[in-house]
Write a protein that binds this ligand. Structure first.
Ligand SMILES: [Fe+2]
Length: 105
């Protein structure tokens, strides 16, 4: 499933997810401005507007459970940009695992 969404893509409708548990990272590539990352965790609700270039990665624990809301199942289909911009970004999460690793160093 991850391989389907960890390359830059966009959808025909808003991507709306409610995170139940675990952690993940959305990278958003706006038409104007730099790429930015949004880390999500249990209890978060995110909406990526339709047409927005983005990709998704798991955090270090490689685990997430989410409810995806969509208007039509075809809206789930990713349209890949094949820009390669996603290759220049590491999926670095700054949640409890990162803080723990830093304090042990
Ligand atoms: Fe997506």
């Amino acid at each position: 499933m991850l391989a389907r969404f960890n390359r830059e893509h966009w959808h025909d409708e808003d991507e709306v997810r409610f995170i139940i548990e675990g952690r993940g990272l959305f990278h958003v590539h706006p038409l104007v401005g730099p790429v930015f990352a949004i880390e999500v965790e249990g209890g978060d609700l995110i909406r990526v507007p339709r047409g927005t270039h983005h990709w998704f990665d798991l955090c270090a624990d490689r685990r997430i459970r989410a409810i995806r809301l969509f208007q039509d199942p075809s809206g789930w289909t990713p349209h890949y940009t094949e820009s390669g911009v996603d290759q220049g970004f590491q999926p670095v999460c700054f949640g409890p695992t990162y803080v723990s690793a830093v304090t042990r160093a």
